[in-house]
Design a protein around this ligand. Structure first.
Ligand code: CP
Ligand code: NVA
Length: 319
């Protein structure tokens, strides 16, 4: 007998506008709870006695800390399963690993290489999968970033976000999350690099519904013009190390600096999911008052808490 797999968090594409907004709202709520220092008395330890697995085949600072923290917040035991800790890939397949991990845990935060591996996990797992980064998506980062923008500006509708960087997992989910939140998006990527077609086609469809614009250009200055939020990420994502030299050569003129930002809106802020390298943004901008990077990193915790609550405790009923 086959049962329907539980609802997993795979990408922002699979959420409705209202579901995304609700996850951001819950993240903000839990932030207040957490900061009040009264977590143990006010939050039900709904996952007490359960295990939250972290199946990570790539390195991580923020995602690991925030998902372990989220598990602890609800009383679960976080179990980190790195690529050198378990049999996966050497002695055991993804399918067998998924069956075994999900039989003994309440959820799996999964950071893997290929999007197809996240899909395979979600298809065969008996517990929800929380995509903790694959080559196409990074939904926890996008939830975090909308929360961070909302905190910085007090609202999201009508803002403009400029991405100056690579076509990758982070912008794929961030573009959809921004459009769903009423934020106009202008993406500058180098000549010779293409955006994910599904992101552009579905993004433009959603943009019509939310009365926003999603545009792609090869000109960083055009993207940055009148933007309130300037965002970038590494130019060489994990798994692309072999192409590093050739890729970096494509990003001439893509470093975010005060000079590039001179065309932005007067209230512009800078964001980066981290880890950061100097070619992406000058120290002057990165460590300035404009930079939201450290509050943004901290907000990863509250996004992970909201995801655990929504997909594991509430079984995918987000609104
Ligand atoms: N932003 C982010 O996902 O960071 P880590 O790779 O350190 O988890
Ligand atoms: N695009 C980056 C994000 C890291 C958090 C990567 O995939 O390596």
């Amino acid at each position: 007998q086959t049962t329907k797999p539980p609802r997993s968090l795979i990408s922002i594409l699979e959420l409705s506008n209202q579901e995304l907004s609700s996850l951001v709202e819950r993240a903000a709520y839990h932030k207040t709870q957490y900061k009040s220092g009264k977590i143990s008395s006010q939050v039900s330890p709904s996952l007490f006695g359960k295990v939250a697995a972290l199946l990570f085949t790539k390195r991580s600072t923020r995602t690991r800390i925030s998902s372990e923290g989220a598990a602890v917040y609800f009383g679960a035991h976080p179990m980190f399963l790195g690529k050198d800790d378990i049999q996966l890939g050497v002695n055991e397949s993804f399918y067998d690993t998924t069956k075994v991990i999900s039989s003994m845990t309440s959820c799996i935060f999964a950071r893997v290489d290929k999007h197809s591996q996240i899909q395979e996990l979600a298809q065969h797992s008996t517990v929800p999968i929380i995509n903790s980064l694959c080559d196409r998506f990074h939904p926890l980062q996008a939830i975090t970033d909308i929360l961070t923008i909302r905190e910085a500006f007090g609202f999201t509708k009508g803002l403009k976000l400029a991405w100056v960087g690579d076509s990758n997992n982070v912008i794929n989910d961030l573009a959809i999350a921004a459009i769903r939140s009423g934020i106009n998006v202008s993406i500058a990527i180098p000549q010779g690099i293409e955006m994910d077609e599904e992101i552009i086609s579905k993004g433009q469809q959603i943009a019509q519904e939310t009365d926003t614009v999603l545009e792609v250009t090869h000109d960083p200055k055009k993207a940055v013009k009148d933007a309130n939020v300037l965002v970038t990420d590494t130019f060489v994502s994990m798994g692309q190390e072999a192409e590093s030299k050739a890729k970096l050569a494509q990003f001439q003129g893509f470093q975010i600096s005060s000079d590039l930002a001179s065309g932005a809106a007067p209230d512009w802020k800078f964001m980066h999911c981290l880890p950061r390298h100097k070619e992406e943004v000058t120290d002057e901008v990165f460590y300035s008052d404009r930079s939201l990077v450290f509050p943004e990193a901290e907000n990863r915790l509250y996004a992970a808490i909201a995801a655990l609550e929504g997909f594991v405790i509430n079984e995918g009923r987000l609104v």
